[in-house]
Ligand binder design. Structure first.
Ligand SMILES: Cc1cc2nc3c(=O)[nH]c(=O)nc-3n(C[C@H](O)[C@H](O)[C@H](O)COP(=O)(O)OP(=O)(O)OC[C@H]3O[C@@H](n4cnc5c(N)ncnc54)[C@H](O)[C@@H]3O)c2cc1C
Length: 416
């Protein structure tokens, strides 16, 4: 594929961006105005129903975008061609993600690119039967998924989880509780990580696909966070029967598969933070030119210029880190099992540098607008909360530092 300039920018990225821009104009704009007429909140700041969940009308509008994006071949560029996706590299995906976040802002268009509720690299290891039942409909945007790893008592310490599965003939029986799961309320298929061999270290876990309405699955409670989007909740499993076809990969692969899912989300921070960061910066530059103080635009004040320059420097360094690191990860195999020993440090560098830079960008974006920046539901206020949130899910900032340090020490140990 001919490169057209920047790291990882290819003709098919240009083509994706052109098609995505058309999709925003032709499909998303219409769905967005229909949603606005319903007084149910916005995609980013939805009204919640009595149970605290995203208003069903907002959820349905997102689902319609996903189905249309699936049909248009825009939803799953990150999945392999064999799985029905676009087979894009991670650097290509950086550009795609940056474009989608920068041009959708906080609108419905964000739903057009698979997010945690969509098909992911880990589920590609499923059986042929599960491919037909779950993976293909996920890639087409026809159903949604939830990744259920975290538990009420265990998040970072993945190997300390207590949800377990035992064999019963060819089937598996699942028991336990998961917490803070995105899309717990609505997911058609739950991608659950559970213990199958206690004490076996990284081989102690396995990944299962569980129907969201299988007997023994209870959704809830709603677990509201500062995101306030009504999409996070708990799940309880009581003697849930899982057929052997629904084991992802092999028994004992659960930790590696969970890391494939988590690493996908960590790498996605590059394009997401760069895209949203650039969007906030565009808005800040425009506001500084328009808003006046002392008879002149804010943009004439050096203190405001420095604020804009700080935002630009943060977006630039985060974006550059993402592109350079993801280019190397493309060479190493970003989802290889086992993962190349060099990969975890690079993935954590992407996440920590992007998340911390984006938090500063969002903070400065609020500051520049004064009281308007604090207005509930404004893009700056919402993205400030999003930016604060990003430093916890998919591995906290501290967990990223652990991985970076482990990589450094491994590289410098006499045995390595
Ligand atoms: C909005 C949202 C959506 C989420 N979606 C999902 C989802 O879809 N699926 C899913 O499975 N989970 C999900 N999570 C859970 C998320 O992944 C966990 O919250 C996260 O991994 C941290 O785990 P914890 O909350 O249990 O914190 P803990 O692990 O208890 O950590 C508490 C503090 O201790 C620090 N700490 C803990 N262990 C270490 C260590 N070894 N070294 C250094 N510091 C350490 C942490 O950095 C943190 O500051 C979501 C969370 C939120 C808020």
């Amino acid at each position: 594929m001919a490169a057209t300039g920047e790291i990882g920018r290819t003709e098919r990225v240009d083509d994706y961006e052109a098609r995505f821009a058309r999709f925003l104009d032709e499909d998303v704009a219409e769905l967005e105005s229909a949603l606005a007429a319903k007084d149910v909140g916005t995609p980013a700041v939805p009204r919640l129903d009595e149970a605290g969940r995203m208003h069903p009308e907002v959820w349905e509008a997102r689902r319609e975008v996903q189905r249309r994006a699936g049909a248009a071949g825009l939803y799953a560029p990150h999945n392999s061609v064999e799985a029905g996706g676009g087979g894009f590299s991670r650097t290509e995906m950086h550009h795609v993600e940056e474009f989608v976040y920068r041009h959708s802002g906080l609108g419905l268009g964000l739903a057009a690119l698979a997010w945690t509720e969509g098909p992911n690299p880990a589920i590609e290891h499923c059986s042929d039967a599960a491919r037909e039942k779950y993976l293909t409909p996920l890639v087409r945007g026809e159903i949604t998924a939830a990744f259920a790893n975290t538990e009420p008592d265990v998040g970072s310490d993945v190997l300390g989880m207590s949800t377990w599965a035992t064999r019963d003939g060819d089937d598996w029986i699942l028991n336990g509780r998961k917490a803070w799961i995105t899309n717990a309320h609505y997911a058609d298929v739950l991608q659950v990580v559970a213990i199958t061999e206690p004490g076996a270290g990284t081989a102690s876990l396995s990944m299962f696909l569980v129907d969201g309405d299988a007997p023994g699955v209870t959704r809830g409670p709603d677990m509201a966070t500062m995101m306030n989007d009504g999409l996070t909740g708990g799940l309880t499993f009581e003697d849930v029967r899982i057929p052997a076809d629904n084991v992802v990969g092999e028994i004992g692969d659960g930790f590696a598969l969970a890391m494939a899912w988590i690493n996908w989300r960590r790498m996605c921070r590059g394009g997401m933070d760069a895209g949203w960061g650039a969007w906030l910066l565009d808005r800040a530059v425009e506001y500084a030119a328009r808003r006046r103080s002392g008879g002149a635009p804010l943009a004439d004040l050096q203190s405001v210029q420095h604020l804009l320059a700080a935002m630009d420097a943060d977006v630039y360094q985060a974006r550059a880190t993402s592109l350079v690191a993801q280019a190397r990860l493309d060479e190493l195999g970003p989802y290889a099992i086992p993962l190349h020993p060099e990969a975890p440090r690079l993935i954590s560098l992407i996440k920590i540098i992007n998340d911390e830079a984006f938090f500063r960008v969002a903070d400065n974006a609020v500051q520049l607008r004064g009281a308007r920046g604090l207005e509930l539901g404004s893009p700056e206020e919402k993205l400030f909360r999003v930016a604060r949130n990003l430093r916890i899910p998919a591995g906290t900032t501290q967990i990223q530092r652990n991985a970076i340090a482990r990589g450094l020490i491994r590289d410098r140990s006499p045995e390595s």
